[in-house]
Design a protein around this ligand. Structure first.
Ligand code: GLC
Length: 552
């Protein structure tokens, strides 16, 4: 392990790169990414300078929700490879100084999981059914769902089985929610955590961490919206239930048995900062994604407020902030930032909400690059979603026949869903599917846009000013200078429309200042050596939508 990555607190400052295995690299030529593909690209990740990778679910799965429907938590999906290959990947990543985090999906299993199949077979009232959330329906013949809860992807959250009972699924019908009040479920997941910790993984990203507990009275929502208002005194019946914290306290004791320390990162969409950081108390999760930052429009006032709120709330529990611009569920930052930002209350997760706002992709890329440097200079850890280092935009024109995300069907064709950010990566400007698959391989599982050749990794490699070289330089400086990562932060006085802050130096080293210009005109930078800039500077002038790092 190299440098700061070797210490027990690695998760307090790590840059974690998200690998979406279906779309990262395809070694066997079937048009779907695989573990061998990830292994083959470890040199790319090491050269990029990331501290860790987070691998989206790689377990056996019927793929009704791209692997977030898990049928066996202790094996590898055959399309992706084998357990032996996963072991090899973990060992090779560690040799390259890269930690490995994998995804655990505890809110629901696949309907093909053996426990759900047994529950179906065992019938109403059986102990097997108690591992999931089965209820009788309402109405004279039980023909109505037990309550009015809706699936996140659209439609009712209940499906009826042959014997007349209904089961709960907050996502697709093929993803039955499990019953976290069941000791057998708790034991089952603990066994899976240990299975992977024992194989050497360094942590878990926890899917839908805020969803595991439910209000067991199963009350109707009656139109109750989530996230709740900041000052709401009631709870939501199926998101962010207070008892969920007991589960993560149990998980933390498991992680703490291991050395070096294993870490958790929660996917927690709760909107409210004080509710988010409740999950980050010292005996619960280590970190959580900062979706408040991801959803903030590219406007200095909004971003400044989010940064303040994040730093203050995380400090209140002693947790490091994290920062994130994208993942496999949200439209890529280049395409979000390509649209007019004024008047956006929250940056939408997908592009449906930008309708009527024309896109300027050059502007979007300039802002995404500026946002990357801004984010990487903030205190704490950061997440980079595969392809961000190439400046990929959202693939907005996938033909509807090619769409795979269940959101498209479940929303009755009103929402194209998340496929646009899941398109296989372009590695080479020429060759089969831009080098995603080997020569002569099958067509990629999602079609790639035909204008991506200039964005391919090999087209940017060694090219001054390319987005790939920008990320490499930024991550290199982050590793080199102690001022970055977890630590102190202070705003600096700056002209209107500029966000400027300092990260004080440590151990006798000088600190770093970051300046981002959101205004329409170039502004003069203060004196000092420029370490890196997200775009060309005009002498001492910082152009619009550009970030510069300066030595303090
Ligand atoms: C999380 C995942 C998303 C998935 C959902 C259900 O939000 O990030 O991709 O569809 O959980 O598992």
């Amino acid at each position: 392990m190299q440098g700061r990555n070797a210490d027990d607190d690695w998760w307090r400052h790590a840059v974690v790169y998200q690998v979406y295995p279906r779309s990262f690299a395809d070694a066997d030529g079937d048009g779907v990414g695989d573990v061998a593909g990830i292994r083959s690209k470890l040199p790319h990740l090491a050269a990029l300078g990331v501290d860790a990778i987070w691998i989206s679910p790689w377990y056996p799965s019927p793929m009704k929700d791209a692997g977030y429907d898990v049928s066996d938590y202790r094996d590898i999906e055959p399309v992706f490879g084998t357990l032996a290959e996963a072991d090899a990947l973990i060992a090779e990543a560690h040799e390259a100084g890269i930690k490995v985090i994998i995804d655990i999906v505890p809110n629901h299993t696949s309907d093909q999981h053996v426990l759900f199949q047994r529950a179906l077979a065992a019938g109403p009232g059986s102990p097997e059914r108690d591992l999931f959330i089965f209820r009788d329906g309402r109405g004279a013949g039980g023909e109505l769902p037990p309550n009015d809860w809706q699936s996140t992807f659209g439609g009712p959250a209940w499906t009826r089985v042959a014997d007349g009972q209904w089961y709960l699924h907050l996502f697709t019908p093929e993803q039955p929610d499990v019953n976290w009040r069941s000791p057998a479920i708790r034991a089952e997941f603990e066994t899976s955590l240990r299975f992977w910790f024992d194989r050497g993984i360094d942590g878990f990203r926890i899917d839908v961490a805020h969803g595991l507990e439910k209000d067991w009275a199963l009350p109707d929502l009656n139109g109750l919206e989530f996230p709740l208002e900041d000052d709401a005194e009631h709870d939501h019946p199926h998101w962010d239930q207070p008892r969920v914290h007991d589960i993560f306290r149990e998980w933390r004791t498991v992680a703490d048995e291991y050395s070096p320390s294993r870490a958790f990162c929660g996917e927690i969409w709760v909107g409210r900062a004080h509710r988010l950081v409740a999950y980050l108390r010292p005996d619960e999760l280590h970190t959580a994604f900062n979706f408040d930052f991801l959803t903030a429009p590219w406007l200095p006032g909004d971003l400044r407020a989010v940064i303040d709120r994040t730093i203050d709330s995380h400090a209140s529990v002693g947790a490091p902030p994290t920062w994130v611009l994208g993942n496999h569920d949200v439209a890529r930052p280049v395409s979000r930032y390509a649209r007019e930002q004024q008047g956006l209350v929250k940056m939408a997760r997908n592009l449906v909400h930008f309708e009527g706002r024309p896109a300027d992709f050059e502007l979007g890329l300039r802002r995404a690059r500026a946002a990357a440097l801004l984010m990487l200079a903030l205190p704490g850890g950061a997440y980079v979603y595969q392809g961000e280092e190439l400046g990929l935009p959202e693939a907005e024109h996938i033909p509807v026949e090619a769409l795979q995300d269940p959101v498209w069907v479940q929303s009755n064709g009103t929402d194209k869903g998340r496929d646009g950010c899941r398109v296989p990566l372009p590695w080479t400007a020429s060759g089969t599917s831009y080098g995603f698959s080997p020569a002569g391989g099958a067509a990629p599982w999602l079609p790639q846009p035909d204008d991506w050749a200039p964005l391919a990794a090999d087209a940017q490699d060694g090219v001054e000013g390319s987005t790939l070289e920008l990320y490499r330089a930024a991550l290199g400086l982050r590793r080199e200078l102690a001022a970055f990562g977890d630590g102190d932060f202070a705003w600096l006085d700056a002209p209107d429309g500029v966000l400027a802050f300092t990260r004080p130096g440590r151990a006798g080293e000088p600190g770093v200042r970051s300046w981002t210009n959101f205004g329409p005109d170039a502004v003069a930078l203060p004196e000092g050596e420029v370490l890196l800039a997200s775009g060309p500077l005009a002498g001492v002038m910082l152009p619009p939508d550009t970030t510069a790092w300066l030595r303090a």
